[in-house]
Design a binder for this molecule. Structure first.
Ligand SMILES: Cc1cc2nc3c(=O)[nH]c(=O)nc-3n(C[C@H](O)[C@H](O)[C@H](O)COP(=O)(O)OP(=O)(O)OC[C@H]3O[C@@H](n4cnc5c(N)ncnc54)[C@H](O)[C@@H]3O)c2cc1C
Length: 40
């Protein structure tokens, strides 16, 4: 069984929510955010 690897572009509320959901389901998530801080 391989571990799913997912890349998400954008650390806004949607990107963070999707990253959280996928990580909780066991995926390896890489989040790309162009700004130095995440969504507030
Ligand atoms: C002035 C204003 C006021 C608002 N007020 C409200 C409110 O009161 N209540 C409400 O519910 N909604 C409000 N909204 C709407 C809300 O901000 C958006 O619906 C919500 O932020 C969308 O989330 P998102 O994750 O899709 O996009 P965004 O929040 O825009 O996040 C996208 C992220 O992707 C990053 N990004 C973009 N391009 C790249 C790239 N090439 N590589 C890496 N990272 C990248 C950006 O830096 C950003 O962090 C407001 C919007 C604005 C503009």
């Amino acid at each position: 069984m391989f571990k799913r690897r997912v890349s998400i572009v954008g650390g806004g509320i949607v990107g963070l929510a999707v990253a959280d959901r996928l990580a909780r389901r066991g995926a390896e998530v890489i989040l790309f955010e162009k700004e130095s801080r995440r969504a507030r």
